[in-house]
Design a protein around this ligand. Structure first.
Ligand code: S3P
Length: 435
């Protein structure tokens, strides 16, 4: 595959203060709910990444006026629940599973037809997990064989509420069903065996939609309206994660990450790293836009391998590439189980991380739902990120403690979630060159 190549070399102590960009999950949802609301909403701290910009572009194609007065701000002129209009072309979600799955829920409730398409990676990702419950609500959605994109949503269906127990822990599935529920007759309920991030529920409440929710359960009924609301997007914990690992593993480091979102359904990595012996302190915890944020101070610490507790898995599902990097240089063995979902992310994250770490001299055994990683010393070498943003950034961090330079291929997709990563990384002392 094509794309940028990065080279990272051994780094000396990392130091400095960083503000990472806005939360991806919240940025997608802010555009969606603001577009469907009555009135004008301001979104501050919007993630200027390819994934979230794709979502904003799609709503523009659906007739919503969205202004960008300056970077990381959007002014969304909502059209109301029934104000979207048919797009003249297929709606391109790019690399974004969140965009496609949540939009599928929104578009299932429209009077018109839509087609959702994505890039090569997204076109391989399972959509049956959303099209099946939406079909049970009365939607008509065609997929390619195996439930793969493109998704052709017929529209014009009368939706009815369902009670749905999600078979996989997935905030995207839960959100797609709840968003379709806005357009459904009667009550829609989603139950989850493992609670997942609750941003859709919180934001629906903030936009004035009556919703009852608690961990593992959310319930709403159709027939209400969304009221324009300003949204302040906190810094993305998943972007902070790379620096939490980097400063933990590079001797002598001290890095401060400002105002990071600490929603408990996102911070499993913080707990896992602490179990490994990491020195991460939270300062000045405060509320920002309905979410808790805090400054995270990370100092180098000697890490040891752990068995990652099963109940942490959904709360750190996006952080496993970073965790694998930490485990590769920890003392002893780290075991990951219960994480089969990693195989259907932007890449097969178990296989791609295992392949790359092996190339750098680490012993790692894959299982269908995880891996056993024997911590050791990383050699230099060449690894492939498989076009997966989080894999590229994880190897960029691991390379800081390798014996020799690590070359990482196919890094262009880092722009989907964290376009400024290389510059911020260099700013605290990572030796990262881009070609
Ligand atoms: C997300 C949910 C998670 C996560 C993704 C963002 C969301 O996906 O991996 O990066 O914003 O709802 P799943 O719902 O597939 O677990």
């Amino acid at each position: 595959m094509s794309g940028h190549t990065w080279t990272t070399g051994p780094a000396s102590a990392l130091a400095g203060e960083i503000v990472v960009p806005g939360d991806k999950s919240i940025s997608h949802r802010a555009i969606m709910l603001a577009a469907l609301a009555d009135g004008t909403s301001q979104v501050e701290g919007f993630l200027e990444g390819e994934d979230t910009r794709a979502t904003a572009r799609i709503f523009a194609d659906l007739g919503v006026r969205i202004e960008t007065p300056n970077a990381s701000r959007r002014v969304v002129h909502g059209v109301g629940l029934d104000g979207l209009r048919e797009a003249a072309r297929p709606l391109d979600c790019g690399n974004s599973g969140t965009g496609m799955r949540l939009l599928c829920g929104v578009l299932a409730g429209q009077a018109f037809a839509s087609t959702l398409v994505g890039d090569e990676s997204l076109s391989r990702r399972p959509m049956g997990r959303v099209t099946e419950p939406l079909a049970a609500m009365g939607a008509r959605i065609d997929t390619r064989d195996g439930g793969l994109p493109p998704l052709r949503i017929t529209g014009g269906s009368r939706l009815r509420g369902i009670a749905y127990a999600t078979p996989v822990a997935s905030a995207q599935v839960k959100s797609a069903v709840l968003l379709a529920g806005l357009y459904a007759e009667g009550e829609t309920e989603v139950r989850e065996a493992h609670p997942t991030r609750d941003y859709t529920e919180r934001m629906l409440a903030a936009f004035g939609w009556p919703i009852a929710f608690e961990p593992g359960r959310a319930r709403l009924a159709g027939g209400h309206r969304l009221r324009a609301t300003d949204v302040v997007v906190p810094a993305d914990f998943s972007s902070a994660a790379f620096f939490l690992v980097a400063a933990s593993i590079v001797p002598g480091s001290r890095v401060l990450l400002r105002a990071v979102g600490l929603n408990p359904r996102r911070t499993g990595l913080l707990q896992a790293l602490r179990l490994m012996g990491a020195d991460i302190r939270e300062h000045a915890a405060r509320e920002q836009g309905g979410e808790t944020v805090a400054d995270l101070e990370v100092r180098h610490a000697r890490l040891r391998g752990i068995d990652v507790p099963l109940d942490l898995v959904p709360d750190m599902i996006d952080e496993f590439p970073a965790l694998f990097a930490a485990a590769a240089v920890a003392d002893g063995t780290t075991r990951v189980r219960g994480a089969a979902e990693l195989r259907v992310k932007e890449s097969d994250r178990i296989a791609v991380m295992a392949e790359g770490l092996r190339r750098l001299g680490i012993t790692i055994d894959e299982t269908p739902d995880g891996a056993t990683i024997a911590g050791g010393r990383l050699d230099g070498g060449e690894v492939d990120s498989a076009g997966d943003h989080r894999i590229a950034m994880s190897f960029a961090v691991a390379g800081a403690v390798a014996r020799a330079p690590v070359r990482i291929d196919d890094c262009a997709n880092v722009a989907t979630s964290f376009p400024g990563f290389p510059a911020l990384a260099r700013g605290i002392g990572l030796a990262l060159a881009e070609t």
